[in-house]
Design a protein around this ligand. Structure first.
Ligand SMILES: *[C@@H]1O[C@H](CO)[C@@H](O)[C@H](O)[C@H]1NC(C)=O
Ligand SMILES: *[C@@H]1O[C@H](CO)[C@@H](O)[C@H](O)[C@H]1NC(C)=O
Ligand SMILES: *[C@@H]1O[C@H](CO)[C@@H](O)[C@H](O)[C@H]1NC(C)=O
Length: 502
């Protein structure tokens, strides 16, 4: 091989490469219409996923543009909407769940830039992210949040801030209560979504491209979840549901933890959250409703939310796991199936808190009789032995859910709303708590607390007074007089529509 060839060969390849590049460029330019068409059609398919499309200019840029910066003098606001049919404006804020637009963060401290005074005080917006324990002062300080007049913004925050686009959900708590299926899904996520979904009202006087009023389905999903006080897996539950279900409900949406916060602090710059919700358990208990229901989401009940506001999450959870979203008709039957209404008894007989064994057997016997009468199909899943997908598939088709107070009843988050849907929560008498009642009210299911032979239930707007824990609340000899449950299920599944207890 001579020197001549050695120098010629790379040149030859370079020549071929360059020609190919010119041909490709020419093709692209002369077929740009087709290329644009292809890109557009792809993009409109993506639109169906409704995850990243933002109305009213809020959100992710579709095309790449130069990074934008925000002036730090732009004022922070709490969004509010006009409730339909009234003159009432409702702010997307309650203790423990606060939506703030243009919320600034620098070196781990939030800043509300405002020249007015219409904000709730700091101790109603945020708290220290320490564990809730006796004697620990959780009231917020200048480290957590400061109010800043726009005239001082430049001096404290610098002239510009990096924009964090979209809707950021900031769960400003340690892992203490998060790592529990009920606390995560039944309080934090549902409370977040209840407050956020109130913003759908703001769209009712607008119309979308087809002229139809916007609905909860058009609310963009969060862009990210931020858990600044949580290290790695501290937010995950033992049963292993929190994590996978978050990926199913919010596919492609990151869940960032303490290291993210630390990264931002190290940059020594200011960021501006386009829209953020700050969630905090300590503050949620400052709401007067918390003294009635003793639940983190109690205060969120004070906001008027659109009917069926949970549906987008339920749909997303089911589409991305089971692959479909069963709907139940007024008779309690899954539409487009030949099945009877499904009654699911979640047995906890393998767990700590459980029924007297004979009472469990009697309950199973009476529920099986309902099946023999042709009123329903009975499912008695051992949830802990099923895959997540199998668990969700059962919840998704259930019209009536029966079980001892406990995590299994959180599966009602998957149950379709319907006239006849109901949850029977068996408690050791004379106990009463609001955990699953609160969920049932939000989901549109009738709730019955079962104290042995007594059903305790309340119409809309009325509530049990106080909580009660019997000594045997967590015990393994919880009594239940099965006929009261079986009889009420029979009534709910057979009575004419107008008679079904609401
Ligand atoms: C950032 O916050 C840390 C911890 O609160 C503090 O020690 C440090 O001085 C702050 N840095 C700047 C530049 O303000
Ligand atoms: C919220 O609380 C206020 C003040 O207690 C009360 O007047 C109002 O009716 C409540 N709204 C809802 C929707 O619960
Ligand atoms: C439960 O109810 C049944 C039927 O009324 C009754 O016979 C039984 O004594 C009750 N058990 C308890 C522990 O209250």
């Amino acid at each position: 091989m001579g020197p001549f060839r050695r120098t010629q060969k790379p040149l030859l390849f370079l020549g071929i490469g360059a020609s190919l590049f010119i041909v490709a460029l020419w093709t692209l330019i002369h077929n740009s219409e087709q290329v644009t068409y292809f890109v557009d059609s792809y993009r409109s398919k993506m639109h169906l996923s409704q995850q990243q499309e933002f109305k009213s200019g809020l959100g992710v840029e579709e095309k790449w543009t130069a990074p934008r910066l925000a002036s730090t003098t732009e004022e922070t606001t709490i969004p509010s909407v006009k409730l339909p049919g009234t003159d009432t404006r409702q702010s997307a804020w309650v203790d423990g769940f606060a939506i703030l637009d243009k919320l600034y963060l620098r070196n781990g401290t939030f800043y509300i830039v405002t020249s007015g005074s219409e904000f709730p005080s700091r101790d109603h917006l945020i708290a220290k992210w320490l564990k809730m324990e006796k004697g620990v002062d959780l009231e917020a300080t200048d480290k957590e949040l400061q109010f800043l007049h726009p005239s001082r913004a430049k001096e404290v925050l610098g002239e510009y801030a990096t924009i964090i686009p979209g809707f950021s959900v900031v769960i400003y708590d340690p892992g203490q209560f998060m790592h529990h299926f009920y606390h995560w899904w039944g309080e934090i996520i549902i409370g977040m979504w209840r407050v956020y979904s109130t913003l759908a009202y703001g769209s009712f006087d607008e119309t979308d491209a087809d002229g139809a009023p916007l609905s909860v389905d058009s609310l963009p999903f969060p862009s990210r979840f931020l858990l600044p006080a949580v290290e790695s897996g501290e937010w995950r539950d033992k049963a292993g549901l929190n994590g996978p279900l978050m990926r199913a409900a919010f596919p492609g949406i990151p869940i960032e933890k303490a290291d993210y916060w630390a990264d931002l602090a190290k940059l020594d710059t200011t960021v501006s959250f386009e829209r953020a919700m700050v969630i905090n358990r300590h503050n949620s208990h400052k709401h007067r409703n918390s003294g009635i229901w003793f639940k983190m989401m109690a205060g969120t009940m004070n906001l008027t939310a659109p009917d069926g506001y949970w549906e987008p999450i339920r749909k997303s959870l089911l589409v991305n796991t089971v692959g479909s979203v069963p709907v139940v008709d007024s008779q309690g039957r899954v539409v487009d199936s030949d099945e009877k209404p499904i009654v699911t008894y979640i047995s906890r007989q393998g767990a700590g808190r459980r029924l007297i064994h004979e009472h469990h057997l009697e309950l199973v016997k009476l529920l099986k009789e309902l099946e023999k009468e042709g009123l329903c199909r009975l499912e008695i899943p051992m949830m802990e032995r099923l895959s997540i997908k199998e668990q969700l598939a059962i919840g998704a088709k259930t019209t009536i859910l029966v079980g001892v107070h406990g995590n299994g009843l959180t599966h009602q988050l998957l149950m379709p709303r319907s006239l006849r849907s109901a949850v029977f929560e068996i408690l050791d008498p004379p106990s009463y708590t609001f955990d699953y009642e609160m969920l049932a009210r939000n989901m549109g299911h009738k709730h019955y607390a079962v104290n042995n032979d007594t059903l305790i239930t309340f119409p809309k707007g009325e509530y049990h007074k106080g909580v009660r824990f019997s000594p045997g609340f967590h015990g393994n000899t919880i009594p239940v007089y099965a006929p009261v449950i079986a009889d009420m299920i029979r009534r709910r599944l057979t009575e004419p529509d107008d008679f079904v207890e609401d």
